[in-house]
Design a protein around this ligand. Structure first.
Ligand code: CO
Length: 135
């Protein structure tokens, strides 16, 4: 099952623009670092909030998942991420429930994690990321 809500992903036009709103010059969260996630063609900046985080997402180009999201919907909430212990078992469980997964198998994510996304049409219009973190 899902262990906890790990982060909320927010699409931004640029990390600097997003950081100005979410960081110390904005509502006051503290940035914990940035990372290029080439597999997802995004740059991410993390802002811890207790046990959870806000993850800002900048597209590496217009023809990328976040680039297309920005073009159609503009900046805003992009996905919710739930941490899981065993991503293969979760994918199997969800497939068994008829939930469509966006990849055939988990893919590399930030910080050595492995990720899967659930089709928003099967989750009430919300893109959900599952993340199994490196031990
Ligand atoms: Co995420």
């Amino acid at each position: 099952m899902f262990k906890r809500l790990h982060h909320v992903g927010i699409a931004v036009r640029t990390l600097d623009e997003g950081a100005a709103k979410w960081g110390p010059e904005g509502i006051g969260l503290i940035e914990d670092g940035r990372e290029d996630v080439h597999e997802a063609k995004t740059r991410v900046a993390m802002f811890p909030v207790g046990e959870s985080r806000v993850e800002l997402l900048e597209a590496m180009g217009p023809d990328t998942p976040v680039g297309k999201f920005l073009a159609s919907r503009g900046p805003g909430i992009h996905h919710l991420c739930f941490e899981v212990d065993d991503i293969e078992a979760e994918c199997e469980r969800l497939r068994g429930l008829g939930v469509r997964l966006l990849y055939d198998a988990p893919r590399p994510g930030a910080h050595g994690s492995r990720v899967m996304f659930l089709h928003p049409k099967d989750t009430g219009g919300v893109l959900i990321e599952l993340n199994e973190f490196a031990a």
